[in-house]
Design a protein around this ligand. Sequence first.
Ligand code: DAH
Length: 340
Amino acid sequence: MANQIVEAIEKALADAQVRLAAATAPDAVEAVRIDLIGRKGLLPALSKQMGSIPPEERGVTGKAFNTAREQLQQMLDAALERLNSAADADAAGIDLTLPGRRVDVGHKHPVVKVIDECAEIFRRMGFMVAEGPEIEQVYFNFDALNTPQDHPSRDPGDTFYFSDGRLLRTQTSPVQIRVMESHEPPVRIVAPGRCFRRDTPDATHSMNFHQIEGLYIDKNVSLADLKAVLRNFATEMFGPEVRIRTRPHFFPFTEPSVEYDFSCIMCGGKGCNVCKQSGWLEIAGAGMVDPNVLKNVGYDPEIWSGFAFGFGIERLAMMRYRIADIRWLYENDVRFLAQF
Ligand code: DAH
């Protein structure tokens, strides 16, 4: 008999717990109180049965009643407290059921993404990443790269000079010299970075842009090696359907020099606005490193040979993400940048 009463008390408490947890207003809490310890409540009704149990069991049962009352009071208080603080929040205009505010962490700029992607592709081909300064000496940017004194790119109308004679590098090619001067051959590096030229900004020009330079020096290197590397790069970056072609060109630091075109990513080579109906996009300058450059850094051109190349990163990014105007990359408009 005593056990049955204790069990009934426990069940009553468990039920009350469930009802209180579901309560959304103080009325509901009050209803639980009335049902359990009101005048006609469950606990008073149960305690009336105390008379029918043997005196030696009354102690235990009485104790059960007392603890139940205490616990119930705590549960009622806690439920009211919960409802009150929600009501306070409500009065203050705070909706506790709303999800938290998302912290906007941002992501990499499309130019940085393309640099990372290029570096990763060349890394898989055995190239290490090298870096050089953006404020450069004339020696590294022009002289050591075999650039004649009267070459138009040296003109202050094309290049930003500091009053001390240094300049903002116009290309990543000076990193070639820095790496060769500080390392014995063989050399296999790519050097991504920021470059600067006095260009008038338009859809394809920016005074501030990025290149990724490549340099490969070893024994018996040929133009076929260069072609294989660029072929592989094109496949990794834009897929196997992209075709590549070379055209003869001139750069002071390579001989022979070539320009690389990729078949137009936009139209697949059929001809469109982006490729100016030619089906091809100019994508990189390259060539076999001029023996004069090797001599300038103390490499013996009779033993060592190699190739170099330079890509415009923005151009790759514009092809990769189908961006029509280079200036959009530099306006810091989050609505634009968030798309990539
Ligand atoms: N530095 C050249 C430019 O800015 C690009 C270039 C051409 C880099 C040929 C090279 C190269 O390494 O071999 O136009």
